[in-house]
Design a protein around this ligand. Structure first.
Ligand SMILES: Nc1ncnc2c1ncn2[C@@H]1O[C@H](COP(=O)(O)OP(=O)(O)OP(=O)(O)O)[C@@H](O)[C@H]1O
Length: 279
C-alpha cells in the first residue's frame, strides 16, 4: 500500500455517473480536492450536487466512474466493517438539517465520544480531553456539550455535527448545504467556525451549496453543476466575478442577498444562540 502524499489530492472523482430510472442525476463528473483545500460545488436544485456527495460517502452506488480518497479507491461498497471505519476516517459529511442529524437521547459530548471510541485509540481520559478540544474548536461550552439536543438551537446543533464529524479526524469534510437552514447571522457565525477549523486542522472541504455569497466566503475553487454535469470550474473569485458560462451568470444574477461579509474572528463561545433553557 502506498502512503498518500500529504500535499496531493485527498479526493479525486473521475467520470462519475448516476441514474435513477430515466433520470440522469450525475452525468460524468470530474473533481479534484487538494489537502487542506476548499472546493465548492454549486448549482440550482436538482443539478446533482447531493447525489455526488452521497456517492462519495458510499450512500449511493455510482453507475460509472471512479472515486479515490486519500489514494484509495472507494467506488464500490466497503466489504467489511473495518473498511467502512477506515473510509469514515478519510471522509465525513455534515448534512443540511440540524434537527434530524442528532440522536435526541444522546448528549453532544457522548455523541462525539462515541466517534472517538470508534476511530481513535484514546483511553477514557484521552477521549474526555479530545471532546473538550473539539467543543472548543467549534465554539461550544461544557454545558452545551452536556445538554439534550432538544435544548440546542439549530446553529448549536450544526456545531455539534461538525465536532462529531471532526472526531473521526477526516482529511475531507463534505458540507452539504450545512448552513442553508440557519438564519443569516447564525449562518455567518458557523461559516466563521468552518474557516477557523480549516485553518487550524488542515481538513479539506467539499462545500455543496446553492448560495454563491456563502461559497465566496469559504472556498478557494468552485465547480458549477447543471443537469448533472459541470459547466464551469476555476478559482471561486474568478468564476463568480467573471463567469464564462451563461448558466453561471444566471445563477449569479439570481443571488437573493449579495454582499455578505464574515466577521474577522470566529466566535468560539457559542454566543450565537443561547441554550433554550436559559431563555
Ligand atoms: N433517490 C432518488 N430517486 C430518484 N431520483 C432522485 C433520487 N435522488 C435524486 N434524484 C434526482 O436526481 C437529480 C439530482 O438530485 P440531487 O438531489 O443530487 O440535486 P441537488 O443539486 O443536490 O438538489 P437539491 O439542492 O435540491 O438537493 C434530481 O432530478 C433528483 O430528482
Amino acid at each position: 500500500m502506498t502512503t498518500p502524499d500529504p500535499r496531493g489530492p485527498v479526493l479525486e472523482v473521475e467520470g462519475l455517473r448516476k441514474t435513477f430510472g430515466d433520470v440522469v442525476a450525475v452525468a460524468g463528473v470530474d473533481l479534484t480536492l487538494h489537502a487542506g483545500g476548499a472546493l465548492a460545488v454549486v448549482g440550482e436544485s436538482g443539478s446533482g450536487k447531493t447525489t455526488v456527495a452521497r456517492m462519495i460517502v458510499g450512500l449511493e452506488r455510482p453507475a460509472a466512474g471512479r472515486i479515490t480518497a486519500c489514494g484509495r479507491d472507494r467506488s464500490r461498497p466497503a466489504r467489511s466493517a473495518r473498511e467502512r471505519r477506515r473510509r469514515g476516517g478519510e471522509v465525513q459529511i455534515v448534512f443540511q438539517d440540524p434537527y434530524s442529524s442528532l440522536d435526541p437521547r444522546q448528549s453532544p459530548a457522548s455523541a462525539v465520544e462515541e466517534v472517538l471510541r470508534l476511530h481513535t485509540s484514546l483511553d477514557a481520559a484521552g477521549r474526555r480531553g479530545r471532546v473538550a478540544e473539539l467543543a472548543g474548536l467549534v465554539g461550544l461550552d461544557e454545558r452545551q456539550m452536556a445538554a439534550a439536543p432538544s435544548r440546542l438551537s439549530g446553529g448549536q446543533r450544526q456545531r455539534v455535527a461538525i465536532a462529531r464529524a471532526l472526531a473521526a479526524e477526516p482529511r475531507v469534510l463534505i458540507l452539504d448545504e450545512s448552513v442553508a437552514a440557519l438564519d443569516v447571522s447564525i449562518q455567518a457565525q458557523v461559516l466563521n467556525v468552518l474557516a477557523d477549523v480549516r485553518e487550524r486542522t488542515g481538513v479539506a472541504y467539499l462545500f455543496i451549496s446553492h448560495d454563491l455569497a456563502v461559497v465566496r466566503q469559504v472556498t478557494d475553487d468552485v465547480v458549477v453543476m447543471r443537469g448533472g454535469a459541470i459547466v464551469e470550474r476555476g478559482p471561486t473569485a474568478r468564476v463568480l466575478d467573471a463567469p464564462a458560462h451563461p448558466y453561471t451568470r444566471l445563477l449569479r444574477e439570481s443571488v437573493p442577498r449579495p454582499g455578505w461579509r464574515p466577521a474577522r474572528r470566529a466566535l468560539r463561545t457559542g454566543q450565537d444562540d443561547e441554550l433554550k433553557e436559559s431563555r
